[in-house]
Design a protein. Structure first.
Lengths: 246, 246
């Protein structure tokens, strides 16, 4: 297989930069490890039916007023008057089973909004990483790993996850990798023995530690808690399980 | 010294993303290792008086018609009818001594254009890295390492240089580092024993290798060939030497 026959895998470090990487043929993987995409994967694992990502608190409130469950987070804190923030632990248990939930977050839902017209938009986190990589491999289509970052700036934990996906895919022939993926693969290799220690000096880790969210951090870095891959369909996230088309 | 007393050092991977990092108080270091900022440092080392970075080929041609030397590069190739492309080797020797040169390149001059209103804009490359870091340390002011990338996408060689600067500054107390710098510092540590080998799979390295530019690649990765730090003043780059104000 020559390099020209291979499909491109690249990483983009900010929703703001997405227009530069936009390609209508690519699968876009949305990444917001601390904590939106981890929370979304958790909600589906616990039986949520549908998640509607919205960009503003007003839109989320609108859904809440119509009787839906609704989550809203800004600056790592749950907004008053909502059922959830973006802690994965709040989406565990019977409360989410069978429910449709509207969510708005500082970064993750903004990244979904930016990429909504892509060929396919899926949600990635360490919690579903193996299922995600199995599915990406089966699709053999170009991939953009879209890191949500923090207020459009690069962040370490999303980059680390993009590196983990690159590492997992790099042993397979159909893929060629952009420079960002090459850099992140090395980063992940350095960090994988102890990602919590590695992230110890990251900006968002400090932000979450101040908020006493160590339990969330540890959970969000735990691989393979679910086989569900949330996928965007008609403006809402629904469940896809590997091997089952949507 | 508490973290709040320290000055921020961060890295931005694309001129397109600069508005997110813009801060009128920061020094911006423009980075385009292959090859614009390496060529600019070389021209000053060989005695160039002034370099006028321009965004378009038309503007560069305008200067040429007025009797100035002019360089123009697009897609790593010298544009017909100009004195130079962006190979550092073409800026060596008596031809540049005492001259004012207009330059336009695919990436580097676009980054200068994006950041032109910053507190101070300087040119960084491996060729002047120690002089640059000495000066940054003496300024004790917030720093943005602005990677030119390739057509607004992340590239490995600019990231590597930003990592080298981070590594050099990280032993000094006045600085605290953003997530991007932390990631790049690790990348640089992994690469520094043999950066040419490390860059072997980067996209631009392949692009340059196809053009038979191995000599340029090796030179652009060679530290400390000059003590000059080019600095933007009234729209043109002029020389600053460490210890001498502008």
């Amino acid at each position: 297989m020559t390099d020209n026959d291979k499909v491109q895998v690249d990483a983009c470090f900010s929703p703001y930069l997405y227009p530069v990487y936009r390609d209508s043929e690519s699968i876009v993987v949305i990444i917001d490890i601390f904590r939106a995409t981890s929370a979304i994967c958790t909600a589906f694992e616990y039986g949520a039916e549908k998640i509607i990502p919205v960009a503003t608190i007003e839109e989320a409130r609108h859904y809440k007023e119509k009787g839906f469950l609704a989550g809203a987070e800004r600056n790592a804190v749950q907004v008053d008057g909502f059922d959830f923030g973006n802690s994965p632990h709040s989406y565990m248990g019977d409360i989410v089973r069978g429910q449709t939930i509207a969510i708005t977050t500082t970064n993750g839902t903004q990244a979904i909004e930016a990429a909504k017209d892509a060929y396919k938009v899926v949600i990635g986190s360490f919690l579903n990483i193996t299922a995600l990589c199995d599915w990406l491999l089966s699709e053999k289509r170009s991939i953009l790993l879209l890191c949500s970052g923090w207020k459009n700036k690069f962040n370490l934990e999303d980059a680390l996850f993009a590196g983990a996906v690159t590492e997992a895919l790099s042993e397979y022939e159909p893929f060629r990798f952009g420079d960002a993926c090459l850099a992140l693969k090395y980063l992940y290799r350095m960090a994988k023995q102890d990602p919590i220690k590695f992230l110890n000096y990251s900006s968002h880790k400090e932000r979450l530690a101040r908020l006493n969210l160590k339990k969330d951090i540890k959970y969000c870095l735990t691989p393979d808690q679910t086989r569900v891959i949330p996928v965007l369909k008609d403006g809402a996230l629904v469940r896809m399980e590997v091997g089952v088309g949507v």
